[in-house]
Unconditional design. Structure first.
Length: 694
């Protein structure tokens, strides 16, 4: 096999770290290496990244549009598919109004594609409602950052993992979920204290210096008690609090309601453990707080995220190397979705409800202000409830698989039955969701198109096209343009004719915003620099390619100060009982698995590294009491459904707790539909179940 002299570079489309990969493609075979000079991964990649291309070469790929007929799914030419989509959606809107159709998108397409879809659907087609599956992973952190900082701004750079002397991971398991991030922790030369707060002894907890096995969903009370202890012992940064925050006095009074002994008992910890945790925070000179889905996917994920931010504010651990209240994003382009998908906020972090901001965006995009809705979309679960109620009758699902991932999975089947028209746009036609479609549109994979992803640390990374998609599959960008032209929006999207043209439009929209990236000249600039983090306004020099926010201690509220935000903890809506005596915890299974395994399940090497069937982790004492041995089949039953799994006995699972990996289709038959009232994020991570040996 001959290798080309110069490889092309893509950004990994799995997790949010955004590793750059050099891809040598010769004789139809792709060889992948981590890009050596890229500041995120510095030549490294995990097993998923090294096998990024293989699932895209699968013979299960969609290669032509398909329409449901009485005989099954039949092939269709693209123009006919676009006309069918347009006719069905327009017929529904004519009869039932603009709120009768909606879209559900993803954090795994490019920023330019997200923006084109959101703008086309809302400004061109007249849709009101559309949301992304980033609602399922990052919404709680987004709301928390907006309330505390004034904007959705994760403050860190990846190098903070190497510059911190105390790292505190809360509901996060980077050894499995973000292995390149964990490599940076291991590269830390300060011999750091690594603290994990998690009910389960995860791989990260096993590698940590300290593990606090908190009871599920008591972390908010724990964080308030730690804050109270820091205040009582005067282990706080008075100057920082006085000069750069608001709301401390009220927060101090609130935290005082969480005494040490009472809270320790509630959380299932010893008083000495809480005292030790507070002392670790106090003694650290550069303390960083990290969290992800174990916090976000909760009935009170926003306030738990804010409680973590409060600890950083109390101790002044923000804006300096190795510090920060740092939410680890989930999907490869969740940050792009948060800012530019045009769903919950107007493009560039603007506000749909603000007339001045609507006028500003309309002028930049050269569209009528009346084309921009004066309100944000309904969130994901309310869109599905509107379908169930018969109010939304046409649904366009792009690059996501809710028939597998949606909380209370069996309820999703009821939703789909109420639709008059379901269009699914995806790489594969055989996902659980695509199999339900009336119209299937085959999309290109990440290596088959151009655009940008924005990673967890706010870095724009450029994807170069490596190869052509199979058959008649098209990049999502081209599918959106085709539908737009068929709909009658051709003149409106004329300026949005290439991904880089959309990038330039978004650059203009970002001007003056906290996410301003007007200083990025284009894709070549990103390639030359090794990606660039926002903010990067025009005129700024790229002196360092690892930049954290708030080094000037100026936040995005009008007074420049951060806010202490807090509330009384609420009990989980679903509780254990005599009938359902076990706490169910869900999470990532292995480093070789990703989401619904529609991609990783097609890679032989990754399959060999992963369990081939659903398993349930049970504490050995509980297993003995139930007569369950390793390898036994076990019925796991919740208020929503029942599944069968293979028993694995794990000392790392606390008594009366069980763990199920999220990757298997059966898991979400058990999860109970509970949502954070502020972020509307589903509470996947805890529930109540019963076990029975089969």
């Amino acid at each position: 096999m001959t290798m080309p002299e110069k490889p092309k570079t893509t950004i990994c489309s799995y997790c949010s770290i955004g590793c750059a990969l050099d891809v040598h493609d010769a004789d139809g075979v792709s060889g992948i290496r981590g890009k050596a000079d890229y500041p995120v991964n510095e030549g490294r990649a995990c097993d998923k990244g090294f096998n990024l291309i293989e699932p895209f070469d699968s013979d299960e790929r969609g290669t032509i549009p398909l329409v449901k007929t009485e005989e099954g799914m039949e092939p269709l030419q693209w123009l006919d598919a676009a006309w069918l989509f347009t006719q069905r959606m327009k017929d529904i809107m004519r009869e039932w109004g603009p709120e009768s159709v909606a879209f559900l998108s993803t954090g795994q397409i490019t920023t330019e594609e997200m923006a084109l879809l959101g703008a086309l659907a809302k400004f061109g087609m007249g849709m009101v409602h559309g949301d992304g599956n980033t609602r399922q992973c990052m919404a709680s952190s987004t709301v928390a950052y907006k309330q505390a900082f004034g904007f959705d701004a994760p403050p860190y750079a990846c190098t903070d993992l190497e510059e911190s002397d105390t790292l505190i991971f809360i509901g996060a398991n980077p050894v499995v979920a973000h292995p390149i991030m964990w490599h940076r922790v291991r590269a830390n030369r300060k011999n750091p204290k690594v603290v994990v707060i998690d009910p389960r002894k995860t791989k990260t907890a096993q590698a940590a210096t300290h593990h606090y096995a908190v009871k599920p969903k008591t972390d908010l009370a724990l964080l308030y008690a730690i804050a109270n202890l820091l205040i009582e012992k005067d282990w706080i940064d008075h100057d920082f609090i006085e000069q750069h925050t608001e709301g401390f006095r009220a927060f101090r009074a609130h935290a005082a309601e969480y005494p040490l002994k009472l809270t320790a008992a509630e959380c299932g910890l010893k008083v000495e453990e809480l005292e030790e945790l507070a002392r670790l925070i106090h003694e650290g000179r550069a303390v960083s707080f990290w969290w992800t889905m174990g916090v976000n996917q909760s009935h009170q994920g926003v306030k738990t995220s804010e409680a973590i931010i409060n600890l950083a504010l109390l101790t002044g651990n923000i804006g300096r190397p190795g510090t920060g209240a740092n939410s680890i994003t989930g999907q490869c382009n969740a940050m792009g979705s948060r800012l530019f998908a045009n769903t919950t906020n107007l493009l560039g972090g603007h506000d749909f409800t603000d007339k001045k901001q609507r006028r500003k965006v309309a002028a930049i995009l050269n569209i009528g202000q009346n084309r921009i809705p004066d309100r944000a979309s309904k969130p994901y679960h309310e869109i599905l409830e509107e379908v169930r109620a018969g109010n939304i009758k046409g649904l366009w699902i792009v690059g996501t698989n809710p028939a597998h991932t949606w909380i209370d999975q069996e309820g999703f089947d009821d939703v789909v039955d109420k639709l008059e028209f379901l269009c699914v746009q995806d790489i594969y036609p055989n996902t659980a969701t695509a199999r339900l479609a009336d119209l299937y549109l085959p999309a290109a994979a990440s290596s088959e198109k151009e655009g940008t992803f924005i990673n967890s640390e706010r870095r724009f990374g450029h994807l170069q096209k490596i190869k052509d998609p199979p058959g008649q599959a098209l990049p999502d960008f081209e599918i959106f343009r085709l539908i737009g032209e068929t709909w009658g929006c051709g003149r409106w999207i004329e300026r949005w004719n290439t991904p880089e043209a959309v990038f330039r439009e978004l650059r203009k929209v970002s001007a003056g915003q906290p996410c301003d990236f007007t200083g990025i000249k284009g894709y070549a600039h990103l390639d030359e620099a090794g990606g660039i983090q926002w903010p990067f306004p025009a005129g700024q020099e790229l002196e360092h390619n690892h930049r954290r926010m708030f080094e000037d201690l100026q936040f995005f509220h009008k007074d420049g100060k951060a806010r202490f935000v807090f509330t009384e903890p609420a009990a989980p809506p679903e509780q254990c009982s005599d009938e359902f005596p076990f706490w169910l915890i869900t999470g990532r299974g292995s480093v070789a698995q990703w989401h619904t395994m529609s991609r990783t399940g097609k890679v032989e090497k990754l399959r060999k590294m992963s369990p081939d069937r659903l398993y349930v982790e049970i504490n050995p004492d509980d297993a003995r009491a139930l007569g369950i041995a390793p390898g036994d089949s076990v019925a796991v039953r919740s208020r929503c459904g029942e599944i069968t799994a293979v028993a694995e006995l794990e000392e790392g699972i606390a008594p009366h707790h069980v763990f199920l990996p999220m990757h298997y289709e059966e898991t979400n038959r058990l999860t109970f539909p509970v949502f954070d009232p502020e972020s509307h994020q589903p509470a996947y991570k805890s529930g109540a179940v019963a076990l029975k040996k089969l």
